[in-house]
Design a protein around this ligand. Structure first.
Ligand SMILES: [Zn+2]
Length: 284
């Protein structure tokens, strides 16, 4: 069976590796020779994926003030980066915003914030925490209050790889951005050294639709005529875990994490094989 690339539709794809899902079912991974996109040969349908995530992640009983604090704290590194780009009077949309921890950060920077998630429990909780979140499936059922706006910033924080059709999602994103608007994507990198010893599904989850890499994301954004401003690496899994830390001694641990991150840059961990990527691109 020929697998067409989910991004560029090329049939120049190769069956690349076989990996196991969490239920031990073997899954062929396909790589596109044209745009370098990596994706499972058989992906879940959007309904299957929705049910899967809902059962795994979205449980109203899990949500409390501490969950919210964790959600606010975990993206420290990218928040710091976005701050450098902020101008007064800007607005921001976070796609796949879960319980609104990330838009809380954007609001603190000064953005007028909006967030979307398809899960009612998550959105209800976010609203209770004072966040401007909407229950919506990007891009099929956008509320009018989002559809009618144009945004200075649109973010996908570890959410892009749940979408079945990245090209359509990125094109819609582009149309919602204002001229010179910024797109920020944070993602696990499929070429991370971590995956030499672990399967993709160990971190992306069984319902992942593709595994973004430095090369594929760069290809996509240039193909869609975005100006890629920066691709930044969080180089090692262990350091990422430090930066996510939200218990006592938080600030000391974070400083250690940032210092180790800095040292790792000096050791020249190649961007292509870094653990996580933060991509900042401008609509032109
Ligand atoms: Zn392709």
């Amino acid at each position: 069976m020929i697998s067409k690339c989910i991004y560029c539709q090329s049939d120049k794809t190769i069956k690349w590796v076989i990996q196991k899902k969490s239920n031990q079912v073997k899954q062929k991974i396909v790589k596109c020779n044209n745009c370098n996109t990596i994706f499972p040969e058989k992906s879940m349908s959007e309904d299957e994926s929705r049910i899967y995530i809902h059962n795994e992640l979205y449980d109203i009983n899990k949500y409390n003030v501490n969950t919210f604090k964790e959600a606010v704290s975990k993206d420290y590194f990218v928040v710091k980066k976005i701050k450098e780009y902020f101008r007064n009077g800007e607005n921001a949309l976070d796609v796949g915003g879960h319980i609104g921890g990330f838009i809380y950060n954007l609001q603190e920077i000064g953005y007028d914030t909006y967030g979307l998630d398809i899960y009612k429990n998550a959105v209800d909780f976010a609203i209770r925490m004072g966040q401007n979140m909407y229950q919506s499936q990007f891009i099929e059922d956008l509320p009018y209050s989002i559809e009618s706006k144009s945004f200075s910033l649109i973010t996908f924080m570890e959410s892009l790889y749940y979408f079945k059709d990245p090209k359509t999602v990125l094109l819609k994103t582009k149309s919602l951005l204002n001229q010179n608007g910024l797109l920020v994507i944070q993602t696990i990198n499929g070429d991370s050294k971590y995956f030499k010893n672990h399967t993709f599904f160990s971190r992306y989850g069984d319902n992942v639709q593709f595994m973004p890499t430095f090369k594929s994301i760069k290809y996509w954004l240039e193909d869609l005529n975005f100006n890629v401003l920066e691709i930044i690496a969080l180089p090692r899994f262990s350091i990422n875990q430090l930066l996510k830390y939200d218990k006592s001694f938080k600030s000391i641990i974070r400083k250690c994490g940032l210092f180790l991150n800095h040292l790792d840059y000096k050791n020249r961990t190649p961007l292509e094989s870094s653990d996580k990527l933060i991509i900042i691109a401008r609509k032109i």
